[in-house]
Design a binder for this molecule. Structure first.
Ligand code: IPE
Ligand code: IPE
Ligand code: MG
Ligand code: MG
Ligand code: MG
Length: 304
């Protein structure tokens, strides 16, 4: 194993995950005008046991950027809300049509399609409300812009459109690796990179140095690609009980994936390379970036 997952990292992740979940829960409370059924569906998906990778990236990028204090929490909650909205919609019958997510029935299985769609809508919009309410106008606007760019039509949503377009319709066309890289960069990489950027933006109160953002972007681009390669591998080799979601569905649906293009071994090798490349982008950082360096191992070796 090139990068081992240390016990220290596992402990750090456990602690951060618990903190993230406390903040997420506190952020979504009953309020006037918010139907109880909608709140229940939002909390059901948001608080289900996820890895919390994206909010943890925000917290670790904040630390690596020299931030201190409590400021990164709203940004961390916002990126997780956008992520969970994307999962709810990704699982819908019109998209990947999945019944299991994070080890429990998907939002639409539990609450019906209409409420699941609306719970996703409400989580997406709440993310921007949290950013706008929690930060100064400069920091808030910059966070909103970067998160919107990452989540929107030229980012995650665009990647999802192209991911779906590859199902059956284009199965007869032989895909290029560059197309796959482009799909993964948007459907998964964009939000991962934005999670890091938000940490740096908040640490620098809306004035992050360009060089800092460039390095985090490079790290995030490689980490995001590696993360989605491992997701594709888990769909081939993983265990549904362990993964908390169905496996074996990508091939069945004709998805364009790394294992399909490079095979299992080639995909794993590519993920390792990207992990090493991700770490190179952190070369100029000091010890405060050690958790980001170590996190690469977690992304490569995760089983769910
Ligand atoms: C799943 O994301 C969707 C992808 C982009 C591959 P995660 O694997 O981070 O899911 P959770 O948040 O831990 O459930
Ligand atoms: C999902 O990719 C990416 C987003 C949710 C934006 P997948 O469709 O591969 O994710 P899983 O495997 O369902 O978690
Ligand atoms: Mg999908
Ligand atoms: Mg899916
Ligand atoms: Mg997948």
């Amino acid at each position: 194993v090139e990068f081992p997952v240390t016990v220290a990292l596992q402990e750090l992740l456990r602690e951060k995950r618990a903190q993230v979940e406390r903040h997420l829960s506190a952020t979504l409370k009953p309020e006037s005008g918010l139907p109880g059924s909608l709140l229940e569906a939002m909390r059901y998906s948001l608080l289900a046991p996820g890895k919390r990778l994206r909010p943890i990236l925000t917290l670790l990028a904040f630390d690596a950027s020299g931030g201190d204090g409590l400021e990164p929490w709203p940004a961390a909650c916002a990126v997780e809300m956008v992520h969970v909205y994307s999962l709810i919609h990704d699982d819908l019958p019109a998209m990947d049509d999945d019944d299991l997510r994070r080890g429990q029935p998907t939002c639409h299985k539990k609450f019906g399609e209409a409420l699941a769609i609306l719970a996703g809508d409400a989580l997406l919009t709440r993310a921007f409300q949290v950013l706008a309410e929690s930060y100064s106008s400069l920091t808030g606007a910059m966070c909103c812009r970067d998160l919107a760019l990452a989540a929107g039509g030229a980012g995650m949503v665009g990647g999802q459109v192209d991911d779906l377009a590859w199902e059956d319709a284009q199965a007869d066309r032989s895909p290029e690796l560059s197309e796959l890289v482009g799909i993964h960069a948007r459907k998964t990489g964009a939000l991962i990179t934005a999670s890091l950027r938000l940490g740096a933006i908040v640490a620098h109160a809306g004035n992050p140095p360009e060089a800092l953002l460039r390095r985090l972007d490079g790290y995030g681009r490689c980490l995001g690609q590696a993360f989605q390669i491992v997701d594709d591998l888990l769909d081939v080799e993983g265990d549904a009980g362990q993964a908390g979601k169905a496996v074996g569905k990508d091939a069945e649906r004709g998805k364009l994936t790394y294992p399909r293009l490079l095979g299992v071994d080639g995909s794993r090798e590519r993920a390792q390379q990207l992990g090493a490349e991700a770490r190179q982008y952190l070369a100029e950082f000091g010890q405060t970036a050690d958790p980001l360096r170590e996190l690469v191992a977690f992304v490569l070796h995760r089983d769910h």
